[in-house]
Write a protein that binds this ligand. Structure first.
Ligand code: NAP
Ligand code: MG
Length: 462
């Protein structure tokens, strides 16, 4: 069933309580491609009640059976991968090959990893004279952003299902269509009614109602620091668990002796990927002063090649925000070596791949998350200086270190205040814990650490 005009509650598509809709816009064409219900507090309440009612049954379902549903979900996502990729391209604007390789494929891998974990995880452990039961936290309110719209949904829903939790999802207003596809996949996977529920809607309406609902035990949020702070405050007041995956301003540290050409090429690719709309993007490149000019020229040349490769930003709002940051960089005295604030196309929310040189650590563009295809290149004097700069923001989500040998890179990475570091171009690992130090967030997603977020302990003494 195609159900753009419905919300998914208690195993069925049904109309929202109100008549309001959200228009979904294709950012490449600036054209409305669909409308979805703008759910309200009433819909959230219905969904949370359904999730609460389904909780005892799902929590008591043997992990092997939960694993079987997750395997079916993984297979259902895989079977729909072309439709998923086309949908993400339509509502987010990412080029189709990227949608296939990342937006569609990574969620299949993550769902698969939780199918395996649900089957193999030990939901009981012995500590001396105690048996510790690892029980589901309860009803999860999941609030997700638009930048990796299916990945961010699966990174919450799959571990929650594995843990025995039930879920209400409020996806981003800009990318609700892939969330609807996901709900269809969950349904087809035979997940019992009420275990997963989807309410599309606006953040300050449906999202806030979900975060505040007393029937929600854990709020898992990915998005901006500003909204994350509010959700953390609401959850704190209600003594509710909260997981926050927020922004980043990650450092790509190129130590002297590293393969400069490769480090710069991979670094630029990392920032331009998904048009810079990646929370873990290495948006600050740190280069030793003796290699600085060469790195800048390599980066400027590399960035220019992305002009026809990257997609538009998700919305006009994001495009205006990114342009304002580029203008601020120029005002603060950074040197533009590629791209700039002008919009490169008449139609579609594109921003040119942009590189700033002569960026100093205190500049706004070196401190704040821009969320666009904008790279800043900073100069350092020695390793201690590089470390100070790398750790010198409120964020700590990801990063990279390049060095002549791995041990040197690892020694530097140990001193970085961040949740992930790629060593000499290490690959993304969908089972490695992902999440932030400092203001990049609270909690971890993916793999066994991600599963643990959805569990609470009960100790039985003998
Ligand atoms: P956002 O507003 O934080 O959106 C994230 C999610 O939270 C969306 O589902 C949103 O709904 C919802 N939301 C918004 N206000 C809420 C509220 N008061 N209570 C509960 N839920 C609420 O992020 P954005 O406006 O889309 O993007 C702004 C900036 O955030 C970006 O430029 C970027 O810097 C950062 N960001 C970071 C990530 C990340 O992965 N860490 C992802 C996206 C954005 P709506 O869709 O209706 O707003
Ligand atoms: Mg918003």
């Amino acid at each position: 069933m195609k159900a753009h005009d419905a919300i998914y509650i208690d195993g069925a598509w049904r109309p929202a309580a109100g008549q309001d809709v959200i228009e979904v816009v294709d950012p490449a064409e600036e054209r409305v491609i669909a409308t979805v219900p703008a759910g309200t507090a009433l819909d959230i309440d219905t969904a949370v009640r359904a999730a609460r009612a389904a909780l005892p049954g799902w929590a008591a379902t043997p992990p092997a059976e939960r694993a079987a549903r997750l395997t079916a979900l993984r297979d259902s996502l895989e079977a729909r991968k072309d439709e998923i990729a086309e949908t993400v391209t339509a509502e987010l604007g990412s080029p189709l090959p990227f949608s296939q390789a990342v937006h569609a494929a990574v969620p299949v891998a993550v769902a698969g990893s939780y199918a395996e974990l649900a089957a193999s995880y030990s939901f009981e452990e012995k500590v001396g004279n105690s048996t510790v039961l690892l029980e589901p936290v309860g009803v999860v309110g999941a609030i997700t952003p638009w930048n990796y719209p299916l990945h961010q949904v699966v990174a919450k829903v799959a571990p929650a299902l594995a843990a025995g939790c039930t879920i209400v999802l409020k996806p981003a207003e800009d990318t609700p269509l892939v969330a609807q596809l996901f709900a269809e996949a969950v349904h087809d996977a035979g997940v019992p009614a009420g275990v997963f529920n989807l309410v599309t809607g606006l953040g300050p309406v449906a999202g806030q109602a979900l975060a505040e609902h007393p029937g929600v035990d854990l709020v898992s949020f990915t998005g901006s620091t500003a909204v994350g702070r509010q959700i953390g405050a609401v959850a704190g007041a209600a003594v509710k668990k909260v997981a926050l995956e927020l922004g980043g301003k990650s450092a790509n540290v190129i130590l002297p002796g590293a393969d400069l050409a490769r480090a710069v090429a991979v670094g630029v690719a990392n920032v331009m990927s998904n048009s810079g709309q990646t929370c873990s993007a290495w948006t600050r490149m740190l280069v030793h002063r003796e290699q600085y000019d060469e790195a800048v020229s390599l980066a400027a040349t590399a960035a220019a090649k992305y002009t026809d490769r990257i997609g538009p930003l998700v919305s006009d709002k994001q495009r205006r925000r990114v342009r304002a940051y580029i203008e601020q960089g120029i005002t603060e005295g950074a040197r533009l070596v590629a791209g700039g604030p002008d919009y490169p196309r008449e139609r579609g929310y594109w921003v040119s791949p942009t590189v700033f040189a002569d960026v100093t650590p205190e500049m706004t563009i070196a401190q704040e998350e821009i969320f666009g295809p904008v790279l800043t290149i900073l100069r350092y004097e020695d390793e201690e200086d590089a470390l100070r700069i790398a750790n010198g923001t409120v964020y700590g989500l990801a990063g990279a270190v390049w060095a002549a040998d791995e041990a040197e890179a690892v020694a530097f990475a140990r001193r970085m205040e961040t949740g992930q570091v790629d060593i000499n171009g290490g690959r993304f690992n969908p089972r490695a814990p992902f999440g932030g130090y400092k203001q990049s967030g609270i909690g971890r997603e993916l793999g066994a650490h991600g599963l643990a977020e959805y569990l609470q302990t009960k100790s039985l003494q003998f």
